[in-house]
Design a protein around this ligand. Structure first.
Ligand code: 13P
Length: 236
C-alpha cells in the first residue's frame, strides 16, 4: 500500500528533520511505500531510505524567471523525483487551471517523476447527483495520461479535506470503483483520514493507500497508519 503525508504549510525544516527521523522507526519495518511531502522550504537531503520525499508543487521549468516558484533544478538538488499535482488547495485557493495542471503533468512525466495526481469534487457537486459528480471529476482527468506508469491518483473530496467529514465507506468504495474505470493506477483516498478511521478506509476495496494531511503532522499517528496498512497487507 501507499501511505502518504501531505504536510502542507506546516513544520519548519528542523521540525521536518525530527519528524522524518521519528517516522523512520515505522517506515523502516514497513512493507508499504511511505511518501512525505514537506513544505517547499523544508526540503533537504534527508538521510532516509525507507521514506520517499516528494514536492508539494513545482513550476514546469528547469530554471528561469518565475519569481517565487521552484523548478526542476531546485528539486534535483535534493534528488526529488516525486510530485503532487492537482491538489484541491492549488486548484481552488491558488487558482490553478486544468490547462496549467496538464502542462505541469506533462513536464514532470517527461522527466520520469512519480506523480500523485489529485481529483475530487466540492460539496455542491456531491450534493447535486452522482452523474454530476462523475462528470465533474472526469474533467479533472482531461489531458492527463491515465496510463502513465508512474502515476498515482488520489481521490480527495474537497468537502472532506480538513473538515473532519468523510464519505461513508460505501461511498468511498463506489467512487473508487468508478475512478478505477478511468485509470488503473494505484488509487489513494484523502480527506480527514485519522488514526481512528484509517484502518477502515484502508480496508475498502480499490483503496490502495491514503493521503493524509493534518493527522499526519503527528509522526506517531501517521506511523500507526503505516502499521495498519501492514496488518491489512498480511491478511490479504
Ligand atoms: P486532511 O487529512 O487534513 O483532511 O487533508 C487531506 C489532504 O488534503 C491531503 O492532501
Amino acid at each position: 500500500m501507499i501511505i502518504a503525508a501531505n504536510l502542507k504549510t506546516n513544520l519548519t525544516r528542523s521540525a521536518t528533520h525530527s519528524y522524518i527521523q521519528e517516522l523512520q522507526k515505522f517506515a523502516d519495518v514497513s512493507s508499504s511505500d511511505v511518501l512525505v511531502f514537506p513544505a517547499m522550504t523544508s526540503l533537504d537531503n534527508f538521510q532516509t531510505k525507507s521514506i520517499t520525499i516528494g514536492a508539494q508543487n513545482a513550476y514546469p521549468t528547469q530554471n528561469g524567471a518565475f519569481t517565487g516558484e521552484t523548478g526542476l533544478e531546485q528539486l534535483d538538488e535534493f534528488g526529488i523525483k516525486t510530485i503532487l499535482i492537482g491538489h484541491s488547495e492549488r486548484r481552488h485557493i491558488l487558482g490553478e487551471s486544468q490547462e496549467f495542471l496538464v502542462q505541469k503533468f506533462n513536464y514532470f512525466k517527461e522527466k520520469g517523476f512519480k506523480i500523485v495526481f489529485c481529483v475530487g469534487e466540492p460539496k455542491e457537486i456531491r450534493e447535486a447527483s452522482k452523474q454530476t459528480m462523475l462528470t465533474y471529476i472526469k474533467k479533472q482527468y482531461e489531458g492527463i495520461d491515465t496510463n502513465y506508469e508512474n502515476l498515482i491518483v488520489a481521490y480527495e473530496p474537497v468537502w472532506a479535506i480538513g473538515t473532519g467529514l468523510t464519505p461513508t465507506l460505501e461511498d468511498i468504495e463506489d467512487m473508487h470503483a468508478e475512478l478505477k474505470k478511468i485509470s488503473a493506477a494505484p488509487l489513494l483516498y484523502g480527506g480527514s483520514v485519522k488514526v481512528n478511521n484509517a484502518k477502515d478506509v484502508l480496508s475498502v476495496k480499490n483503496v490502495d493507500g491514503i493521503l493524509v494531511g493534518s493527522a499526519a503532522l503527528y509522526a506517531e499517528h501517521f506511523g500507526k497508519m503505516i502499521q495498519y496498512a501492514d496488518e491489512l497487507d498480511k491478511t490479504k
